[in-house]
Design a protein around this ligand. Structure first.
Ligand code: NAI
Length: 349
């Protein structure tokens, strides 16, 4: 069907029942905010994933164009577009995984708090839709600030009576991907061979790379530890500054809007793929994610988890820390506590 017809909710195609490669069942994935700086490349990457049989692309603007574009790829997934609030429920019904990179960028005259309220409200509305239409779906939450939007989503699901802490996952893969890359650079090895656990949360000092637990086992000088930790925590700023370059103020504002989106889309697609393999029942799928947790006194914390059919089926402990990391952990927890409270009280107030 041409996208114009897809928009009008044409009945399911016969291809709907198709199976992904290898005879395994395919999964249904929705992206909410699919027309954005992250959403568009993420739509491309999910359309390439052989485990996806149906891909729903939802946004409040431009989703027909993105859908038309991506739907012409000759990969297995059937793509359908959904535009605006009246089509949210159709976008969500029957989904196995819902990926949420929706949000608005800061506009001139808007305070951080204004922005928080708007994006928190967007996440609330979208999660109300999830609770109603696909309460068993695994949610991959990307919209920032993740340290607050995950607690917001949890409160929404609790209110609706659908909350399953194992199925609500804040995406922090971006930090892990950066950590692997930068550590590999320092060690002079292939980043695909490197595994850096990154725990805590998803902004500034809450991002805590555990260099003492890097695989393959490696030791770092204190200078390297400082350099790597700072670079991993501030990777976003590095990209913003590089993109702003010599451009005018206007250009740099435009650029900050869609800053590290390709890398984020790659990281989000990598995490979604791990969730899909977990859903399929693959053994030994381990990723870091920001999730409801008892490894610290905080209600949410990012650590390694094992992904399975039920989402984050096992949450791994932090493991032994260096002195440097113990200090970092205290700082991370202090800041995280405030961000979590801010999210919870946004819904409870
Ligand atoms: P963007 O502004 O380019 O795209 C956001 C998209 O969301 C737009 O297409 C917009 O129309 C859409 N949208 C707005 N309201 C909506 C609603 N009510 N329902 C559905 N869609 C809606 O922003 P970008 O660069 O794609 O970033 C998206 C979010 O991801 C931001 O909150 C950003 O801070 C966050 N982010 C998260 C990262 C992570 O690692 N978790 C890394 C980078 C960004």
């Amino acid at each position: 069907h041409p996208p114009s017809l897809q928009m009008q909710g044409v009945p399911p195609l016969r291809r709907e029942n198709c199976r992904a490669k290898g005879g395994a069942p395919g999964f249904k994935v929705a992206i909410l905010g699919a027309a954005g700086g992250i959403g568009q490349p993420l739509s491309l990457l999910m359309k390439m994933n052989p485990l996806v049989s149906v891909l729903h692309l939802y946004d409040v603007v431009n989703s027909p164009g993105v859908t038309a574009d991506v739907s012409h790829m000759d990969t297995g997934a059937v793509v359908r577009g959904f535009l605006g609030a009246p089509q949210l429920e159709n976008a969500l019904t029957g989904m196995d995984i819902v990926i949420i990179p929706a949000g608005i960028p800061r506009k001139p005259g808007m305070t951080r708090d204004d922005l928080f309220k708007i994006n928190a409200g967007i996440v609330r509305t979208l999660c109300e839709g999830v609770a109603k239409c696909c309460p068993k779906a695994i949610v991959n939450l990307i919209s920032n600030p993740v340290n607050s939007t995950v607690p917001i989503a949890a409160e929404v699901f609790k209110k609706a009576g659908t909350y399953d802490p194992k199925r609500l996952l804040g995406v922090t893969t971006l930090d892990v991907v950066r950590a692997n890359t930068f550590v590999a650079e320092v060690l002079g090895i292939d980043p695909r061979e490197v595994d850096v656990p990154v725990i805590g949360g998803h902004s500034g000092v809450t991002i805590l790379p555990l260099l003492s637990q890097v695989k393959p086992a490696s030791s770092f000088t204190s200078e390297e530890i400082n350099y790597l930790t700072n670079r991993i925590q501030n990777g976003g700023t590095e990209v913003v500054e590089a993109k702003a370059g010599a451009g005018s103020a206007t250009l740099s504002m435009l650029n900050t809007r869609r800053t590290y989106s390709k890398m984020q889309a790659y990281a989000a697609a990598k995490f979604a793929d791990a969730c899909l393999r977990g859903l399929r029942g693959d053994a030994g799928i381990v990723e870091c994610t920001f999730v409801a947790s008892q490894v610290t006194e905080l209600p949410f914390f990012a650590t390694k988890v094992r992904l399975g059919r039920g989402g984050a089926e096992e949450i791994f402990p932090i493991g032994p820390l260096s002195e440097y990391e113990r200090v970092g952990l205290e700082k991370a927890k202090n800041e995280l506590a405030g961000s979590i409270d801010k999210g919870v009280s946004f819904i409870r107030k």
